[in-house]
Design a protein. Structure first.
Length: 368
C-alpha cells in the first residue's frame, strides 16, 4: 500500500511550485503554504526539480485532504452521510463512494490512508514516446552522448525525418524523460551529458518573465569616472549570506577608496527588505558621495531603478569586464564587526577625500 505524503496534496504543493516559478526563494515559497524550507527542498528533490502536472488546475471536483479529515472526524462521531454531505457542500453519493472505496480492511476510515489510495487509483500514466519508440530512443541517447542539447536534437530529428512525425520529439519530452522518474525512458546518467550537467532540474520562469526590475539600468551606462575609480561616490553592493541561508549582511563598497559600509538585514534579504535598508544606509552620506550604486540582477534588489537616489545599476557576467569592489569585502572577518554580534570588534579609520569625508563608524577593507 502506498504511504501518504504531503506531495499528494496539490492544494499545498502546486502553490509552492507556482511561487518558485514566480521567482520566490524556497523559504518564502514554503512559508506561503504553511511549510518550511527543509520540506520544500524535499519536494523539489522528489520531483527532480520539475513541477508536477497533477493538480495544476484544481476545479474542486475531487475531495481534498482537508475534506477527508472532516469525513474521518465525522464518522468517528457517528454522523450520517447526509449530515457530512451537507456540512461539506457535497452530494451524499460522493460521501458514500468515498467511504465505500477508501475504507480500510479493519472497517475504519483514515484520512491519510484514504487520500493515498485515491491518489494511487487516479494515476493513469501514459507511456512515454521515447519508451515506446525504441529507434527514436536510441537516436536521442546517441546525440546526448555527443553533447548535443535537447533543442538541437529536436531540430535535427525534424530535418532528418521531415515526413515521419512519429520520429519527432519535443525538447520538453527529452527533459521529462531524463528527470522525471515515472517517465524515465532515458538513462539517468545521460544528465551528465547536458551542458549544465545538473542532476536536478531548476524550476524555470514563464516565457517573458524577467529576473529583476523592468526599468533597471545596465552597467554599461555607468559613468566613465566610476570605471576609472577617480571620483568617490560610486558604490557597489553585495550580500554576505550566513549559514543555511538564515541570515545576511549587505555590503556597500566605495570604488575609489575601497571604503565599506555594512547594512544590517535582521528581517531577511528579500527585495522588499534589502531595498529599503540600502536606501536608508546610502541616505546617511553627503550628496557628493551618492553618485551611483551598482548591484547584480538578483531579485533581492529588484525594486531598484532609475528613480532611486543614487540610481541603481545592474551588472552581469557578460558586461562586467572589470573586477568589482564588493566581492573583496567578504574576506576580512573584522568587516562584520559593526553589525554581527559574533564578530570581534575592531576600529578602523577611513581615508578622506577632497570631495567629502566618509564616516568612521564602518570598516575600511583596505586597512583590514
Amino acid at each position: 500500500m502506498v504511504r501518504f505524503s504531503e506531495r499528494m496534496r496539490p492544494e499545498v504543493v502546486q502553490p509552492f511550485w507556482a511561487a518558485l516559478q514566480a521567482g520566490e526563494f524556497i523559504t518564502g515559497a514554503a512559508e506561503s503554504v504553511g511549510s518550511y524550507r527543509v520540506k520544500g527542498r524535499r519536494w523539489i528533490l522528489a520531483e527532480n526539480g520539475i513541477r508536477p502536472r497533477r493538480g495544476r488546475n484544481l476545479k474542486g471536483r475531487c475531495l481534498t485532504f482537508a475534506e477527508r479529515e472532516e469525513i474521518a472526524l465525522a464518522r468517528a462521531r457517528g454522523e450520517s452521510m447526509q449530515g457530512i454531505a451537507r456540512r461539506l457542500g457535497r452530494s451524499p453519493s460522493t460521501i458514500s463512494r468515498e467511504l465505500g472505496r477508501n475504507t480500510g480492511r479493519d472497517g475504519g476510515y483514515r484520512a491519510t490512508t484514504a487520500h493515498a489510495m485515491a491518489w494511487t487509483r487516479a494515476s493513469r500514466p501514459k507511456p512515454a514516446k521515447l519508451h515506446v519508440n525504441r529507434r527514436l530512443r536510441q537516436i536521442v541517447e546517441r546525440d546526448l552522448a555527443r553533447r548535443y542539447s535537447p533543442e538541437q536534437i529536436a531540430g535535427r530529428l525534424r530535418v532528418q525525418f521531415p515526413d515521419r512525425p512519429e520520429m519527432w520529439v519535443s525538447t520538453e519530452t527529452i527533459y521529462q524523460s531524463l528527470y522525471v522518474t515515472s517517465r524515465g525512458a532515458l538513462r539517468r546518467e545521460l544528465t551528465a551529458c547536458l551542458r549544465t550537467g545538473r542532476k536536478l532540474r531548476k524550476p524555470g520562469r514563464k516565457p517573458g518573465q524577467r529576473n529583476g526590475a523592468r526599468d533597471m539600468i545596465n552597467i554599461a551606462e555607468r559613468p566613465q569616472e566610476a570605471d576609472d575609480r577617480a571620483v568617490p561616490g560610486h558604490w557597489e553592493g553585495d550580500l554576505m549570506i550566513g549559514k543555511a541561508n538564515k541570515s545576511a549582511i549587505g555590503t556597500l563598497v566605495e570604488r575609489a577608496t575601497g571604503y565599506a559600509m555594512l547594512v544590517s538585514l535582521p528581517d531577511g534579504y528579500k527585495p522588499e527588505q534589502v531595498a529599503p535598508a540600502l536606501a536608508a544606509k546610502i541616505q546617511t552620506l553627503p550628496d557628493t558621495l551618492r553618485r551611483s550604486l551598482t548591484w547584480d540582477q538578483a531579485r533581492r534588489c529588484a525594486t531598484g531603478n532609475r528613480s532611486a537616489s543614487p540610481p541603481i545599476l545592474t551588472s552581469t557576467s557578460v558586461t562586467r569586464t572589470h573586477r568589482g569592489s564588493a566581492p573583496p569585502a567578504r574576506t576580512p572577518t573584522v568587516c562584520c564587526a559593526s553589525t554581527s554580534p559574533k564578530a570581534p570588534t575592531s576600529q578602523h579609520t577611513a581615508r578622506s577625500t577632497s570631495s567629502g569625508s566618509l564616516p568612521s563608524s564602518t570598516t575600511d577593507p583596505a586597512n583590514a
